[in-house]
Design a binder for this molecule. Structure first.
Ligand SMILES: Cc1cc2nc3c(=O)[nH]c(=O)nc-3n(C[C@H](O)[C@H](O)[C@H](O)COP(=O)(O)O)c2cc1C
Length: 167
């Protein structure tokens, strides 16, 4: 069994989840590799499970990950996870996860996870002062401290469950 984690992260929230999952993977259960989207391409995608993490940027899948997902033509199993300032389970979170799912062509999506990710105060301030403050901004205030230990544990549990299922 071989697992690859790919993440795109600008302020570290998605990376925090990626690292928590990476550390949680037991070498006896799966070989594991983790790369930042900035270090692609990897040599080959001969993995049983690819776990891809990204954030929402301006109502969309973070652009580097969007390009990666759209160009990913492997038939492997794929688990997606996402961080965002908007509330968990919000329309925005659901919509953007759907956008990500729809970018995927050949891989089999075996799981999706999303949670809030802290938005830097200067970003909240700047967006708040803009001519059209985004609707999610109020929810973004509550993202402070996320992803937290509980978020990390939830994703780890989903990954463990997925690995047991595809073993
Ligand atoms: C320029 C910018 C735009 C953002 N746009 C959205 C958005 O449209 N919806 C949302 O829910 N969160 C938005 N966020 C919040 C990020 O998705 C959130 O903080 C995420 O956890 C960042 O992940 P990262 O630290 O891995 O880059 C935005 C953040 C920035 C900096």
């Amino acid at each position: 069994m071989k697992t690859l984690i790919i993440y795109s992260s600008r302020s570290g929230n998605t990376k925090k989840l990626a690292e928590a999952v990476f550390v949680s993977l037991n070498e006896e259960d799966t070989e594991k590799t983790m790369v930042s989207i900035t270090d692609l391409p990897v040599e080959n995608y001969d993995y049983d499970l690819v776990i891809a993490g990204f954030s929402i940027m301006a109502g969309r899948v973070e652009p580097r990950m969007a390009r990666f997902l759209a160009s990913f033509t492997q038939k492997t199993k794929l688990l997606l996870f996402m961080t965002h300032g908007s509330a968990r389970g919000s329309e925005m979170a659901k919509t953007v996860m759907n956008l990500a799912v729809n970018l995927v062509k050949t891989a089999e999506i075996v799981g999706c996870f999303s949670c809030q990710g802290e938005v830097a105060p200067n970003v909240l301030y700047k967006l708040g002062k803009s001519a059209n403050p985004p609707a999610w901004l109020g929810e973004g205030e509550n993202a402070k401290g996320h992803p937290d230990d509980k978020d990390c544990k939830e994703l780890i549990m989903l990954v463990q469950k997925t690995l047991r299922r595809i073993d």
